[in-house]
Design a protein around this ligand. Structure first.
Ligand code: ZN
Length: 271
């Protein structure tokens, strides 16, 4: 049995969590990540034995047999790199679809993130539109949250404020950004609402709270967060001075044609 701390998927996960902490996206126990890990990726690092079973309070039957590396509830991102076995767990969805089988980690007896329903429901929704999706990531980027305090929570207008502030945005997320109003976190309801948005978007903003992002890789999901948060910072820094120069719809159209992503832009979003 090889040491799981040398597994590429675990090393990249830890590196990503540390970067998110250092960028200020995950204060205290804020934020959580789940990574779908193929059997071939983890089979050399864990035994087949189930350490313990953790009940899920919803039906995840569509993910039976799939394994996820997840952050723990109440755990601090800043501590993950120093003690992965306490702060992370590798879980497999059991045959009943209502149990998580712990294969590794959470050695202090802890459990997966309280946002596990939102994560697993997002994985289910996203795998239907993209079978290569592996990552669901949640964090609290400050400038983006600030933007939800002062701008309308309308997907088209919110997305266009971002697209029009910074050239790379429409190329990185041409499908736009989903937006949810404030909803109680940690509940099945916010999971269902987020998963419904994930059919159309890879990024869903939770007003006064943060963002949920999906991707084929940790880099892709993290890159979307970085791009949105950096642009929110640019926008919120410029706004008090009065914004006079933005990228026009015609220029956005030039960008999507040049980078061949126009098919992802929703009808009626660019005039
Ligand atoms: Zn949160």
């Amino acid at each position: 049995m090889k040491n799981i701390l040398s597994a590429p998927f675990l090393k990249e996960f830890v590196r990503t969590a540390s970067n998110m902490y250092r960028l200020g996206y995950d204060e205290r126990n804020g934020g959580n990540i789940s990574l779908l890990v193929d059997y071939d990726e983890y089979k050399d690092f864990v035994t087949e034995g189930v350490i313990r079973e953790i009940p899920l309070n919803f039906d995840a039957s569509e993910l039976i047999g799939k394994a996820f590396l997840v952050t723990g509830t109440g755990k601090y991102f800043k501590n993950i790199e120093y003690d992965p076995e306490v702060n992370l767990g590798l879980i497999r969805i059991g045959k009943d679809g209502k149990t998580a089988e712990l294969l590794w980690g959470f050695v202090d007896g802890s459990r997966p993130t309280s946002e596990l329903p939102s994560h697993l429901m997002s994985h289910i929704a996203r795998l239907k539109v993209n079978p290569n999706n592996k990552v669901v990531m949640h964090c609290h980027p400050g400038n983006l949250i600030a933007m939800t305090l002062v701008e309308k929570l309308d997907e088209k207008s919110f997305t266009k404020l971002i697209w029009k502030s910074n050239t790379e945005c429409i190329v990185v997320f041409p499908e736009g950004i989903g937006v949810l109003p404030w909803v109680l976190c940690g509940t099945n309801l916010i999971g269902e609402l987020t998963a419904a948005k994930m059919k159309d978007y890879r990024a869903v903003v939770w007003a006064n709270h943060g963002i949920f992002v999906v991707g084929d890789t940790l880099d892709e999901a993290f890159g979307i967060v970085e791009t949105i948060e950096k642009t929110a910072q640019i926008y919120m820094t410029a706004k008090p001075f009065g914004i006079i120069n933005t990228i026009t719809d015609a220029q956005l159209l030039e960008l999507v044609k040049f980078f061949k992503v126009e098919k992802f832009v929703k009808d009626g979003w660019l005039e």
